[in-house]
Write a protein that binds this ligand. Structure first.
Ligand SMILES: C[S@@+](CC[C@H](N)C(=O)[O-])C[C@H]1O[C@@H](n2cnc3c(N)ncnc32)[C@H](O)[C@@H]1O
Length: 213
């Protein structure tokens, strides 16, 4: 079956907020459509823009996590869900998405598509990738946003804010690309994943289930 084109209604999603830009939205939409990815999981919904894109693309559903601070965003994810009629999204507020991923692992849950666009720090991302690997089905896709994001160059948030929400971060990490470092260490050369880089995102297909060997 031919994948559906990027829907016109998604052009009215807000663009002047902290969300992935249109090029990335299209890549994610096409990937989900093309491979008919149904059980979707997301870390970091913020206002819910990427969530609406994922949920519009899939014939299944999306479970998505963010900090309670996201409740005060304008628009909120709940408002976008209502505006776009995307009732296949379940947003959950939590202290840390990796902890929630751990619970899903213990429940035996599995997914076809996982998008990580949350803390952007090394330790969080390493934990997120390791747990996402346990949650991802064979042939499923893990997408990491901002693999070339360097906090000191492009961060709208301060060192203090990052420490408040994410705990430990070191000075050297703050000057490097932490998501990219985690990607390089765990996924880039893994024989269990086929990865390519598109618009500063890592798009990784899981080929087999034995991680890190
Ligand atoms: C760049 S924004 C996400 C943007 C969204 N994916 C989009 O494109 O529309 C990153 C979000 O991650 C959340 N976040 C950061 N660290 C987190 C953590 N450890 N657990 C859960 N959410 C986290 C922040 O509150 C923020 O809303």
């Amino acid at each position: 079956m031919k994948p559906a084109p990027y829907p016109a209604k998604l052009h009215s999603l807000p663009s002047n907020i902290s969300s992935i830009p249109i090029e990335k939205r299209r890549i994610i939409f096409d990937l989900i459509q093309q491979h008919d990815l149904r059980d979707c999981l997301e870390a970091g919904f913020a206002n819910g823009v990427s969530s609406i894109v994922i949920a519009s693309a899939t014939k299944g559903s999306l479970l998505t996590f963010d900090h309670p601070v996201a409740q005060h965003n304008t628009p909120s994810i709940e408002q976008l869900i209502e505006q776009f009629g995307q009732t296949n999204i379940t947003p959950q507020y939590c202290a840390d998405y990796a902890w929630e991923f751990g619970k899903l692992v213990k429940q035996g849950r599995t997914f076809d598509f996982i998008f990580i666009d949350a803390s952007h720090l090394f330790l969080n991302t390493v934990a997120g990738i390791a747990l996402a690997d346990r949650l991802l089905r064979r042939n499923g896709y893990l997408v990491l946003d901002d693999i070339s994001w360097i906090p000191t160059v492009s961060s709208p948030i301060t060192f203090e804010e990052v420490r408040k929400y994410n705990g430990y971060v070191n000075e050297e990490e703050w000057r490097s690309a932490p998501v990219g470092e985690a990607f390089d260490c765990l996924l880039k050369n893994s024989r269990q994943y086929r990865c390519d880089q598109r618009e500063r995102m890592a798009v990784c297909q899981k080929l087999s289930s034995r991680f890190l060997v």
